[in-house]
Design a protein around this ligand. Structure first.
Ligand SMILES: C[S@@+](CC[C@H](N)C(=O)[O-])C[C@H]1O[C@@H](n2cnc3c(N)ncnc32)[C@H](O)[C@@H]1O
Length: 936
């Protein structure tokens, strides 16, 4: 599981508290969360919730308007309501498919008048009616977010109205969560017995993993059949195992040796804790908390700088970890130290929405076996982050060094105190084999890490070592491992031993000559799996690949620590050394490395990718290399990317994935994360025999077949592209151009182009916004089906030339956009999108086949944490809604440049073609400014 994944697990945001049941279950807060213990230091730092939202007080939401209204008709409609009155509407907002419109009035005085008008201004003195005769009703837009004065009242309140989920999220903003709510959010299975949890996970693996893999493989056969029919060829017979009852049977999950307090790593977010300083909720007495949650916003909530988990989204404040059964004492003890320090510090928690503040997060790792603890303090630049105010109020450099020393001193001076926990009343603590509680534990190393990016620093991001040891040591099985701050390590130590033992067993089953057998450990991290296999004697040689340099440095040290030699050149493993570790994306080096293995060497492979699964090229290489008969896939995303990768490994050979297919032999879930919904899977694949392959495909020569297919395909592609280039030239000259994106938004774009408006369309949820456009030349629109904004239309080449990198907001926009690309788009998705733009639909000027592009890119999108995505999106929308038209166009160009830049990295032929296409259409020159933006 990746660090990001861990973060998702421990920092689940809004979704986790959005169930009806949870919201209904809001109780009067438990003492520890209300924190009436606000000491002097804390009260000094208390930030009262500011009641003065900038625009919200002028906003009204009109409900029961029709869902489908053409964007160009929205302002016509709203002005018809206020005809013959003095009410002035300055802005309207209507998300597509929602039946409400939000209007911003010129002054606050107009609000009551407007509400009265809608609610009583109909012909008969009743409410005004929509065009179908239904009554509309108006309500003040609700105050939602207390974090960000600048942002307030723009979009958050939309969310509250737009759907129940977000309404609930909004509702928790001003509440203090009870311990049960925190547990529900972060350890959702805590109410179930451990047996029930395992059963639930087993069922999930059957329904969402094994069944879906089979479905996906069958789909591939159907596609082949369809193609064969079109090409008048005979089709491939579906593999008979797919229809057997136990095609992929799921074993009962291996339980975690420790159900509680199993985490060896926690990641606290720096933020503010909601604290009740007086007593009671404002309207607690009415007993009806569900009816209008925000109206009961307590006036007595205060915010205190704190470190903890985000149990209810960014806006909900951080919560204390003391009530969580998966979190050990040492983590709570460090939270106590941080929570004593933060309210007194002039260094403020960072606000990721406005990019101001200092402390971002605290990562803590502990080995109970070696009694070591590492703390990594992630912070914004001391001089101020990207959103720093110009008046210098975000410049903390004068106090930074002093505060750093103070914090390190607090963290390291004593053994950790035993924290006061808030476990459920009937909770019985397990005996923890590797040591109980905080007994004698001390922080042994501290790092500071400056980070000014959007989400989390990557594994290679530099750290500053400020105290103690430079790494943490952990023991697993017979091995000892060094772990650097940026390196991945499994978060459940004893669970990891179980996991690795299973991998060892699966390899042992097939190695007849272990000493000669070479293991490829793909995504090896600090070398844990490979070195364990070596130590257990099931293989004799090891090549480990990982993208993270610090992890590979650790792996090399770890090899030596455990008695194995390491070599650095290609022949190292072949001739002299037992191990070789390579810091590189596996997709770049795996094929070459495999090529250099002598024919006589038996090879097995283990892959343990991050949540986004294996790169397509890695799957391709593993599949093509028929020397690998056994492949062990360790997955932390068994219902997502494992399904995709397994289907590519086991499906019929195609031009992209040639080679005899694999078949799933054993699917063994391992519960590494009790109390949560996550489950690890060890899926063992075995290569189909040549004989069996022949039965289905008539020949064992998979390569020659695919080669010819690939050749024809390339030729067809080049021809298609040349023809399209000509067509495009003609189209571009004649009618300008429309670069299509998704179906609905593309149509909308064309429609808007006709109305000479510019539109920001950011998905259904966030709606659209139209601007008057100064000239026809500026027709433009931006859209997104999910996370990918795209632009269409014509624009003035001068705008491109003048694109400046000075504007912080455009810079921020590009950062956000790049972030969406990197976070949510896989290489395959970008590749599919460029393919699509170039091939299927482009010549038609709009997307008529609704499925082509959608399917192409959707199926490759990474599984996302929806809440994280929503946050990002809100930020994008927020930013864009304040742009002038020209800024908008410039940003759109810049994000096109970002997209092209990313696409270019994977798809150089296509992309260079795309660049020329864009320069033709937009007169778009890749100026130094655009280059600078793409490199952000
Ligand atoms: C789930 S961890 C597994 C690490 C190791 N097998 C273990 O159990 O500790 C996934 C690893 O994949 C690495 N990784 C991510 N993308 C990669 C890529 N494209 N090529 C190689 N390694 C990658 C990460 O750095 C991380 O160490």
């Amino acid at each position: 599981m990746t660090d990001i994944n861990e973060a998702q697990e421990l920092v689940p945001v809004a979704a986790a508290v959005t169930d009806e049941s949870k919201s209904d279950a809001v109780e009067k807060p438990e003492p520890n969360l209300t924190d009436t213990s606000t000491d002097a230091a804390a009260s000094a730092a208390i930030t009262p919730i500011d009641k003065h939202w900038d625009q919200t007080s002028k906003k009204v939401v009109v409900h029961n308007v029709l869902k489908f209204i053409r964007p160009n008709e929205i302002s016509k409609l709203t002005s018809s309501w206020t005809k013959d009155t003095d009410i002035v509407i300055v802005k309207t907002k209507k998300p597509p498919k929602e039946n409400w419109i939000k209007v911003t009035l010129e002054t606050e005085d107009m609000v009551d008048q407007f509400i009265k008008l809608i609610n009583e201004g109909g012909d008969d003195g009743n409410a005004m009616k929509n065009s179908r005769g239904g009554n509309m009703f108006a309500k003040r837009a609700l105050d939602m977010d207390d974090r960000d004065n600048k942002k307030r009242g723009r979009d958050n309140d939309d969310d509250e109205i737009s759907n129940g989920r977000d309404a609930k999220r909004a509702a928790v903003v001003s509440k203090v969560l009870s311990n049960d709510e925190v547990r529900d959010a972060i350890t959702p299975l805590w109410r179930k017995s451990y047996e029930e949890q395992l059963d639930l996970k087993a069922k999930e693996m059957v329904n969402k993993c094994s069944k879906n893999i089979i479905k996906e493989i069958k789909k591939k056969f159907r596609t082949l059949e369809h193609e064969a029919r079109r090409g008048n060829r005979s089709s491939v017979k579906q593999y008979s195992w797919l229809d057997t009852k136990l095609a992929i049977s799921i074993e009962q999950p291996v339980p975690s040796p420790q159900v509680y307090e199993y985490r060896n790593k926690v990641e606290f977010t720096a933020g503010y804790r909601n604290v009740i300083v007086e007593t009671g909720y404002a309207n607690e007495s009415n007993g009806d908390k569900k009816s209008d949650e925000t109206s009961e916003t307590p006036s007595n909530i205060r915010k205190i700088p704190a470190a903890g988990f985000l149990a209810s989204g960014w806006a909900g404040g951080v919560t204390s970890p003391h009530c969580l059964q998966n979190t050990p004492d040492w983590a709570c003890s460090i939270a106590d130290i941080l929570n004593e320090y933060l309210p007194t510090s002039p260094l403020k928690p960072y606000d990721s929405k406005i990019h101001r503040g200092f402390f971002r997060s605290f990562t803590i790792r502990c080995s109970l076996r070696t009694r070591e603890i590492m703390v990594i303090v992630v912070h914004a630049p001391a001089k101020g982050g990207v959103g720093a105010a110009e008046d210098g109020s975000d410049d903390f450099s004068a106090v930074f060094e002093e505060e750093k020393t103070k914090l390190v001193e607090l963290l390291t001076r004593d053994v950790l105190a035993v924290p006061k926990r808030d476990f459920p009343a009937d909770f019985v603590r397990e005996e923890i084999v590797d040591g109980q509680g905080c007994d004698g534990l001390k922080v042994t190393s501290v790092f500071f890490q400056e980070f000014d990016g959007l989400s989390q620093p990557g594994p290679d991001h530099p750290v500053q070592h400020v105290f103690g040891k430079t790494c943490l040591e952990e023991k697993l099985g017979q091995c000892t491992f060094q772990i650097s701050p940026g390196a991945f390590f499994q978060t459940n130590t004893r669970g990891a031993e179980k996991l690795y033992n299973i991998v060892v067993e699966r390899i042992k089953e097939v190695t007849t000559d272990p000493k000669q057998t070479l293991l490829f450990d793909v995504c090896c991290g600090t070398g844990t799996i490979g070195l364990t296999c070596l130590k257990e004697g099931v293989v004799g040689k090891l090549i480990g690949l990982d993208i993270a340099e610090p992890a590979i440095c650790d792996a090399k040290v770890n090899a030596a620590k455990n008695g194995f030699s390491t070599g650095d050149n290609t022949d190292a493993v072949k001739n002299h050394s037992i191990t070789r570790f390579i810091a590189s994306p596996a997709e770049k080096v795996l094929a070459e490395e495999m090529k250099s293995v002598p024919k006589s060497t038996p090879v097995v492979a283990v892959v343990d990718p991050a949540r986004d699964g294996l790169h397509g090229t890695v799957v391709q290489t593993l599949r093509k290399n028929e020397k690998i008969d056994r492949l062990v896939y360790v997955s932390c995303n068994p219902t997502g990317t494992l399904v995709r990768d397994a289907a590519m490994l086991c499906g019929p050979p195609t031009k992209k994935y040639p080679g005899r297919p694999f078949r799933v032999r054993i699917a063994q879930p391992v519960d590494m994360f009790p109390l949560t919904n996550h489950c690890e899977m060890v899926m063992t694949f075995e290569r189909m025999s040549k004989e069996e392959y022949k039965q289905y495909h008539g020949s064992t020569e998979t390569k020659s077949i695919t080669k010819s297919i690939t050749g024809i395909h390339q030729l067809t592609r080049i021809l298609t592209i040349s023809i399209m280039l000509m067509k495009l030239l003609i189209t571009a000259l004649a009618i300008g151009a429309a670069i299509g994106e998704t179906d609905s938004s593309n149509l909308r774009g064309r429609e808007l182009a006709d109305t000479k408006k510019v539109c920001i369309y950011l998905g259904r949820k966030f709606g659209s916004q139209t601007f008057d456009v100064p000239s026809e030349k500026f027709r433009f629109y931006i859209s997104s089906s999910r996370v990918f904004p795209a632009a269409s239309g014509e624009c003035d080449p001068d705008l491109v030339k003048n694109l400046s990198t000075e504007d912080l907001r455009i810079k921020k926009f590009c950062r956000l956009f790049k972030h969406t690309l990197n976070e949510y788009w896989t290489v395959d998705a970008i590749s599919a999108a460029t393919d699509w733009m170039l091939a299927n639909e482009f010549e038609q000027g709009s997307c008529t086949n609704k499925n082509t592009y959608g399917t192409l890119h959707m199926e490759h999108l990474k599984e996302v944490n929806q809440n994280k995505f929503d946050d990002l999106y809100e930020e994008l929308v927020d930013l864009m809604s304040n742009f002038t038209y020209e800024e908008l166009v410039r940003s759109a160009l810049a994000f096109f440049a970002c997209f092209l830049h990313e696409a270019h990295k994977i798809h150089s032929f296509h992309c260079s073609w795309m660049l020329s296409m864009h320069s033709m259409i937009f007169g778009m020159e890749i100026t130094p400014a655009i280059e600078e933006l793409t490199d952000l």
